[in-house]
Write a protein that binds this ligand. Structure first.
Ligand SMILES: Nc1ncnc2c1ncn2[C@@H]1O[C@H](COP(=O)(O)OP(=O)(O)O)[C@@H](O)[C@H]1O
Ligand SMILES: [Mg+2]
Length: 230
């Protein structure tokens, strides 16, 4: 069965994918490749020698599905505290889409990115604590990920507007040639410490940009809140 998305408005656009609320279940999102930035475009942009890799290796949806399955097998449900759960592929009129849990606040609105929250509010004590918890979770479980980018983390809030948890929605998997789990635990820990340190550097950079008139870049802003414009 084909799911029709092309006529819908995506709620977000990342560097590679468009994200839609699942037309049949508003608790799920479907991510499809951006038609204006194909896998071949992406491979071309990488240049030599990365452009020698097969086209499928540039597909975030495939990579994300693979990593999610291995994380679930390794850690069970626990991992979905801070990672959005993934439910496999569906056919859409925009190509194969990856279905995952759509993170919403208790108000029903789609949760905002950490980048947007820090841009709007600064690095509040509550936010600092939530970032600390995420870092601790990443260390305790040695979750393989690329850099923890502020637009790839969403901030879920309760009905009072308090932060419940941070959820990583993109950028999972081993960045290097070797899968992380094959590295000695000490090396894994070092790598994760580095990822967390870089995340804090990015927070500081963003804080330093708050005097600017407009939000830096378009990554991290939602195109609708998932309530009104469906
Ligand atoms: N499961 C999700 N729940 C809530 N928001 C999401 C979810 N997945 C993606 N988003 C939003 O969509 C944006 C783009 O999604 P992302 O998966 O990062 O795409 P890309 O691979 O193109 O970077 C994110 O910055 C985030 O705001
Ligand atoms: Mg992203």
């Amino acid at each position: 069965m084909t799911i029709y998305l092309a006529a819908e408005k995506p709620f977000a656009r990342g560097g590679n994918r468009l994200c839609y609320v699942h037309p049949g279940d508003d608790g799920l999102c479907i991510k499809v490749r951006r038609p204006d930035f194909t896998l071949a475009d992406r491979r071309r942009k990488k240049g030599f020698p990365k452009n020698l890799k097969p086209l499928s290796s540039f597909d975030d949806n495939l990579e994300e599905a693979r990593v999610m399955a291995s994380l679930q097998a390794r850690y069970g449900e626990l991992v979905f505290l801070h990672v959005s759960q993934c439910y496999g592929f569906v056919d859409t009129d925009m190509g194969r889409g990856l279905v995952s849990q759509l993170v919403r606040d208790d108000s029903g609105a789609i949760s905002q990115t950490l980048k947007k929250v820090i841009w709007d509010e600064g690095f509040t004590e509550e936010c600092r604590q939530a970032v600390g918890e995420l870092g601790q979770f990443w260390m305790n479980n040695l979750v393989p990920s690329r850099h923890l980018l502020l637009h790839n983390i969403v901030v879920q809030r309760d009905s009072q507007g308090r932060i419940k948890r941070l959820v990583v929605i993109d950028g999972l998997g081993s960045p290097g040639l070797l899968p992380m789990r094959l590295l000695p635990p000490l090396v894994q820990r070092r790598k994760i410490e580095k990822k967390i340190a870089v995340m804090h550097e990015r927070i500081q950079t963003l804080l330093g940009q708050r005097h600017l008139a407009s939000f830096p870049g378009y990554h991290g802003l939602l195109m609708h809140d998932g309530l009104s414009s469906q």
